[in-house]
Design a protein around this ligand. Structure first.
Ligand code: NDP
Length: 465
């Protein structure tokens, strides 16, 4: 046995992760369901080949790893993971460790951790796509601290590093905590992307800018407060030309967005937690609407609703995105705090912000400041942290202008608008739920609290009807 660690599943992510691990100096044994993939992988490992040990069976994989063993699973979430865990059971010792590094539903990870597997088990969220897996992903671990500690040196070595050199790899909490945090990361990713798409739509249809001009604006934003991977690639995709037609790339792409489900899971889980995350929910909704192309075409034929011109500047849009982003993250972190309480995870919010600073899809400059603000007071809503309160105050007029102008001109701005709606609710001490309570008491005698302290929880509805 010469390998320090093993890996199962040499698909896009597994292959990239295995090369990353080998490159950082850890001999790695690999196995793939389709054997020829294993051999092709080993043959293409180049300089790293001496640290890659291809194996043709699970038994050979297990034998190639120095005990107590650690094996990373990088197969599709769901049944494939359960099948592999079952196949490994008779081959592993009680102190061997299996790490599910796919995009598991955290409920599944909780279930597996509680199921009494005959070996140690960690759930681990890995973000950054293929490029991240190869050169430095953000890693969110979940499980017993002692199990994480055993592999932490490998995970920190292969992970992305923030500007201050901190590795973007950490144990988030017990069992499904890592996969939960990765899920919310993906929900925020949906929301960030949707808000950028809404700004793009306003520039394309409201300001009638061509893609190259839009690209310059994104590139400009990427030098400021919005500096982030997603803004950076938005500048790149709007600058790109289609090799077939010479047209701008976004102009040849069908407006129907795919999804693998983690955004939807975030929205569903938020409902279970009573956590308001309207920006993420709007982003999931927008992808679902985007999929209904036929209905949208029929809608346009019937209602002729092409969005019109808007009197906005790129600066307004930049301010709207700054405000929208803060509001969205404030919601996401509140949801994480709620889950931490519900599941008894003691999740460390500033640590989560720190892990997201590099390697993952939502990496951004702003996450540095979020990590600082959360470290300052993890229990405080991000919008109340002085740095972000000031930033919101400055950017809010832009967001309000963008949403009101955009909506008046017929632009669909679900994410930006629901961010603003949420904010307006959050800064209103006397809202309108008194009306809800009155109605609930009227039809269901649900009772209410009075403002004046008089002890009479019901209205005189009987005499009113
Ligand atoms: P791929 O489809 O590229 O690879 C899947 C791998 O799993 C292949 O090696 C395949 O083997 C193997 N596999 C599939 N089904 C089984 C099974 N029933 N038993 C054993 N092995 C199986 O997927 P990805 O690498 O993209 O994704 C892997 C995991 O990582 C998923 O959970 C995904 O959600 C997650 N992830 C993906 C990201 C991405 O950007 N792609 C980002 C972050 C996480 P075979 O060659 O035999 O088909």
């Amino acid at each position: 046995a010469q390998a320090e660690i093993g890996l199962i599943g040499l698909g896009t992510m597994g292959a990239a992760l295995a090369l990353n691990i080998a490159e950082k100096g850890f001999p790695i044994a690999v196995w793939n369901r389709t054997t020829e993939v294993t051999h092709r992988f080993a043959a293409q490992a180049g300089d790293l080949a001496p640290r890659v040990i291809p194996t043709d069976s699970l038994r050979a994989l297990v034998q190639a790893i120095t005990p107590p063993r650690a094996i990373i699973l990088m197969v599709p979430a769901g049944q494939a993971v359960d099948d592999q865990l079952q196949a490994l059971a008779p081959l592993l010792d009680a102190d061997d460790l299996v790490i599910d590094a796919g995009n598991a539903d955290f409920h599944d990870t909780n279930r597996r951790a509680a199921a009494g597997l005959p070996f140690r088990f960690l759930g681990m969220g890995v973000s950054g796509g293929e490029e991240g897996a190869r050169h430095g992903p953000a890693i969110m671990g979940g499980g017993d601290a002692a199990d994480w500690d055993r592999v932490a040196h490998v995970m920190t070595a292969i992970s992305a590093k923030a500007d201050d050199g901190t590795p973007c790899a950490a144990r988030m909490g017990d069992a499904g905590a890592g996969h939960f945090v990765k899920m919310v990361h993906n929900g925020i990713e949906y929301a960030d992307m949707q808000m950028i798409a809404e700004a793009y739509g306003l520039m394309r249809d409201g300001l009638t800018l061509e893609a190259p001009a839009i690209s310059d604006i994104f590139a400009d934003w990427n030098r400021g407060t919005l500096s982030s991977y997603l803004i950076e690639i938005s500048a790149k995709v709007t600058a790109a030309r289609d090799p077939h037609t010479g047209a701008a790339m976004p102009d040849v792409i069908l407006d129907r967005a795919g999804q693998k489900g983690t955004g939807r899971w975030t929205a569903i889980e938020a409902q279970h937690l009573s956590a308001p995350i309207p920006v993420i929910e709007a982003a999931v909704m927008a992808r679902n609407v985007s999929a209904r192309l036929d209905e949208r075409q029929a809608g346009q034929a019937r209602f002729g609703a092409a969005p019109g011109a808007v009197d906005l500047t790129p600066d307004d849009l930049e301010q709207a995105l700054i405000a929208g982003k803060i509001l969205c993250y404030a919601q996401g972190f509140t949801m994480i705090a709620g889950a931490s309480e519900r599941f008894g995870w003691t999740l460390d919010l500033p640590e989560i912000a720190r892990v997201w600073r590099a390697g993952c899809i939502i990496r951004s400059t702003m996450l540095n400041d979020m990590a600082d603000a959360l470290a300052d007071d993890p229990a405080r809503n991000l919008i109340m942290a002085p740095f972000f309160a000031d930033l919101i105050e400055g950017a809010l007029p832009g967001l309000r202008r963008v949403v009101s102008q955009g909506i008046a001109a017929g632009h669909a701005l679900p994410a930006l608008a629901s961010g603003l709606m949420w904010f307006d609710m959050m800064r209103t001490a006397r809202g309108t739920a008194n009306m809800i309570q009155a109605q609930r008491d009227f039809f269901g005698a649900h009772g209410f609290q009075r403002l004046d302290g008089i002890d009479d929880p019901h209205g005189p509805w009987g005499s009113a009807t």
